[in-house]
Design a protein. Structure first.
Length: 154
């Protein structure tokens, strides 16, 4: 499967936005991986936005309201020593009890105990992004990809 993503531009808000206590707390909860990603303020803001909309994603996944397609989440994976980390995408297969189970979509660099195609379970609190990729049409989500400046969509 080949996924194609793009960056959607938008104008700045007319008035400055203020962060709620929950958004500030969400930023502080994100552990900053040392490899391969450094977490910029733009990335932290993307994670906060994605996590804010996560309930909408879960509802659509549960009731299928967005239709056929891939429901994937990006989670933070840390090395055993907790010194390095990376964000990896997982195709959602099940969720509940504060955990998400799915198939690993990428090849980890930091975690040598898992590989592409493995079924993994992560804490919902380690989810940093979500995306719905329909069989046809535009995707939803992908906040961190936009923050990274992914421009692979033509």
């Amino acid at each position: 499967m080949v996924l194609v993503f793009g960056v959607i531009g938008c104008a700045p808000p007319a008035e400055p936005l203020t962060e709620t206590g929950a958004e500030v707390a969400a930023k502080e909860e994100v552990r900053e991986p040392g490899y391969p990603l450094e977490i910029s303020d733009l990335m932290k803001d993307a994670i906060v936005a994605a996590r804010k909309e996560l309930p909408v994603f879960w509802k659509a996944w549960q009731d299928g309201s967005w239709g056929a397609g891939d429901y994937i989440v990006s989670a933070q994976f840390m090395s055993e020593d907790g010194e390095r980390g990376e964000f990896l995408w997982i195709s959602v297969q099940a969720m509940g009890e504060g955990e998400v189970t799915g198939m690993m979509e990428g090849q980890p660099d930091v975690r040598k105990d898992i590989k592409h195609g493995d079924v993994v379970t992560v804490k919902e609190s380690d989810i940093v992004d979500w995306m719905y990729v329909p069989e046809d049409g535009d995707h939803k989500g992908g906040y961190t990809l936009k923050a990274l400046g992914d421009s692979t969509e033509e």
